[in-house]
Ligand binder design. Structure first.
Ligand SMILES: [Zn+2]
Length: 151
């Protein structure tokens, strides 16, 4: 990202968060040269990416839905809202970098698990053992919820 103050192309990201509305990712950046701080905002257009479900049906990708699903799946663990932001931000970034119009729901689940591993090892280990039995993030979330209900 080009520094708006000095034009330097080198920067570091200090913070990555989802907006409250869940429709964009904000990054606090700092210029590597002059240390000027600025914010960038990335959005993903929902019509740009279709999720292919296991039964071959398709639905528009929704970062909000992914976040809600992860929050449900993580409710027994203390995965903070901030960690959820990081997970969703990373998944959206990876999906954008794939530059595909369609992506399998399984891929989204895998990306989410990889991001979860970074922020919460314990939650990752617990969920990974459950997740790998399923093909689909939705199925995984409902299984985690039913386990939570039994306790
Ligand atoms: Zn600068």
């Amino acid at each position: 990202m080009r520094c708006p103050k000095c034009g330097c192309l080198d920067d570091k990201v200090n913070e990555t968060r989802m907006t409250k509305e869940g429709d964009a990712i904000r990054r606090r950046r700092e210029c590597a040269d002059c240390e000027y701080r600025y914010t960038t905002r990335e959005t993903i257009s929902p019509t740009e990416l279709m999720v292919v479900k296991r039964d071959d049906s398709r639905e528009e990708f929704s970062a909000i839905k992914l976040r809600d699903g992860l929050r449900q799946a993580c409710w027994k663990r203390t995965v903070s809202e901030r960690d959820l932001d990081c997970i969703v931000a990373e998944v959206v970034e990876k999906l954008s970098s794939l530059e595909k119009r369609e992506v399998a729901s399984r891929t989204i689940g895998d990306l989410a698990m990889r991001a979860l591993r970074k922020v919460d090892q314990v939650a990752y280990v617990r969920f990974a053992s459950i997740y790998h039995r399923f093909e689909d993030i939705d199925e995984f979330i409902s299984e985690v919820n039913s386990l939570s209900d039994e306790r």
